[in-house]
Design a protein around this ligand. Structure first.
Ligand SMILES: *[C@@H]1O[C@H](CO)[C@@H](O)[C@H](O)[C@H]1NC(C)=O
Ligand SMILES: *[C@@H]1O[C@H](CO)[C@@H](O)[C@H](O)[C@H]1NC(C)=O
Ligand SMILES: *[C@@H]1O[C@H](CO)[C@@H](O)[C@H](O)[C@H]1NC(C)=O
Ligand SMILES: *[C@@H]1O[C@H](CO)[C@@H](O)[C@H](O)[C@H]1NC(C)=O
Length: 254
């Protein structure tokens, strides 16, 4: 009888531990990365500008950052979208949206990584962008030109903004980004990757969303945060199971 109670207690303990260990890691949810312009913590912002306004309810960007996100060679990064002549507005709106997502989203926690860079302490890595968002970006930039596939490195900054380095020819986007997957992966050094999932699936990050339906990326962050803590479960549970097994041996002997 006593043995039965002990066994039941053991199972209860293992169960409770498993549930505890499988909670989503709250430090991955509703957080801002430690980077150049981000707020320390997300909070509501009524005055977010145009394309950044979907993040009003909970935002990592200040209103001034959201304003700048819409400008050419803004003070944010002095980045020149028109480095190979005029970038079409249809193309540029995706870069504005990309900037809004990067600066304002509090739902990128599962993909934040520490980096040793002069201008930021953290970056995002392999954020799964919904395939339609990535494909539309690539489609709409068909008629624009660029000279590089990695827009983080290798520019000539002597004029104060990025210019094409010597020997990098201005060619249609599709020369440097042959697929939508290549665009999302290469342009910001693997900050994004093309997800296999579609908008509305709850399994990929949407660059574009209608805030009237809430922010769909909250659920996505919760899902991946949970998946990541579940992935860490076996390692965390191993020592516990081992000690429980030992205790049971001792009880059985006693
Ligand atoms: C943007 O606004 C925030 C909050 O009001 C302020 O702390 C920050 O200095 C501003 N940045 C610039 C460049 O004006
Ligand atoms: C970051 O880089 C600097 C300069 O390259 C170096 O001194 C420092 O040790 C590095 N820190 C880490 C944590 O790698
Ligand atoms: C950088 O651009 C400037 C013009 O803005 C040019 O004079 C210089 O030769 C360029 N340097 C390199 C290394 O491409
Ligand atoms: C992508 O989706 C297809 C069909 O839904 C599936 O067969 C395939 O395994 C998925 N690939 C990855 C990498 O998840």
């Amino acid at each position: 009888m006593a043995q039965l109670v002990r066994t039941q207690l053991l199972f209860l303990l293992v169960g409770v531990t498993a549930v505890w260990a499988a909670r989503p890691r709250t430090e991955l949810l509703s957080v801002c990365m430690d980077a150049k312009h981000h707020k320390e913590k997300p909070s509501p912002e009524d005055q977010l500008h145009k394309q950044c306004s979907p993040w009003k309810k909970n935002s990592c960007c200040f209103p001034n950052t959201s304003q700048e996100a819409h400008k050419d060679i803004s003070y944010l990064y002095k980045f020149n979208w028109d480095h190979c002549g005029h970038m079409t507005p249809a193309c540029k709106r995706h870069f504005i949206q990309d900037t809004c997502l990067y600066e304002c989203s509090p739902n990128l926690g599962p993909w934040i990584q520490e980096v040793n860079q002069s201008w930021r302490k953290e970056r995002i890595l392999d954020v799964p962008l919904c395939k339609e968002d990535c494909q539309q970006w690539w489609q709409d930039c068909r008629t624009s030109y660029t000279c590089k596939s990695n827009w983080h490195r290798g520019w000539n900054w002597t004029s104060g903004y990025n210019q094409c380095p010597v020997g990098a020819a201005c060619l249609p986007f599709h020369f440097y980004f042959p697929t939508s997957a290549a665009l999302c992966r290469e342009i910001w050094s693997h900050s994004y990757k093309l997800s296999n999932y579609s908008r509305g699936s709850g399994r990929c990050i949407q660059m574009w969303f209608d805030p009237a339906q809430g922010n769909p990326n909250e659920e996505v962050a919760r899902f991946y945060a949970l998946a990541m803590s579940a992935g860490a479960l076996p390692r965390g549970l191993e020592p516990l199971l081992l000690s429980l097994a030992l205790m049971q041996q001792l009880w059985l002997l006693g």
